[in-house]
Design a protein around this ligand. Structure first.
Ligand code: SAM
Length: 232
């Protein structure tokens, strides 16, 4: 269970109303039962239920059961698509160990807004489900061009482009360290975005095969390729 409290031996953690409803109403847990807690900072802790009310609850931390497992320093930058597919991308990025999720507005992106809080909640749920101890931060939507203006010199970019079969590079011999995966929208990248990225020394053009994948499929495929070549 993800909680927004410091976790340490003896610390008391109060539950939100939906969490209390879930634990006591749905899961039928009671005082004395234990729940795994994490906050994205202190690892995983065993929390014993000490108060179990209809709308409230309290747990006491007894022991750490897992240290914090930081994901590799990988950002997933993607152009938001339809709502459910964007939810899917965020969920899979949290499961596959992205450190940050960066929605980017590209020249051909249709959506100009995202529901950042909702997406962050999806990332929390995905981390809870896969037993993770870390929750990737979902950033506000930013323009790709503005992001590239201030792109850190040391962060490599896995630029996924279906039109670049001929020049695609392999990640097998690429440097380790900070990386970002970049996935375009349904219409792909514009010619000016392509030439800008080609001119950046950090960008590595990667093909995910001869078929054009939907952006959500491409995001999962790209994270798999990256994890295989450069992940822990
Ligand atoms: N430009 C295309 C079009 O309109 O037909 C399709 C774009 S594709 C649906 C969305 C994004 O997924 C692309 O911008 C790219 O980042 C990624 N992608 C899809 N298939 C890919 C492939 N075979 N290799 C590399 N990237 C791919």
């Amino acid at each position: 269970l993800f909680v927004d409290h410091p976790l340490a031996k003896g610390n008391r953690v109060s539950l939100s109303q939906p969490q209390a409803h879930y634990l006591f109403g749905v899961m039928r847990l009671a005082v004395g039962d234990a729940v795994s807690l994490f906050n994205g900072i202190d690892g995983e802790w065993r929390g014993e239920i000490v108060v179990a009310g209809k709308r409230k609850g309290e747990l006491e931390c007894s022991e750490q059961t897992k240290p914090l497992q930081m994901p590799p320093d990988l950002w997933l930058c993607f152009a938001p698509i339809k709502k459910t597919r964007t939810d899917f991308i965020v969920e899979k990025a949290a499961e596959m160990g992205a450190a940050k999720i960066c929605p980017v507005q590209t020249d051909y992106t249709n959506s100009e807004r995202i529901k950042q809080e909702r997406l962050q909640a999806h990332a929390v749920e995905a981390a809870e489900q896969c037993g993770g101890t870390y929750v990737p931060e979902v950033l506000e939507l930013k323009k790709l061009s503005a992001m590239l203006d201030h792109w850190p010199a040391e962060r490599q970019i896995m630029f996924c482009d279906e039109t670049e079969l001929g020049v695609a590079t392999s990640l097998a011999s690429a440097v380790r360290g900070p990386w970002a995966i970049l996935i375009g929208p349904e219409g792909g990248f514009s010619p000016s975005e392509r030439s800008r990225l080609h001119a950046m020394p950090q960008a590595h053009v990667v093909s995910l095969g001869p078929r054009i994948l939907r952006a959500d499929t491409a995001a999962v495929a790209a994270m798999t390729v990256w994890q295989t070549a450069l992940g822990d």
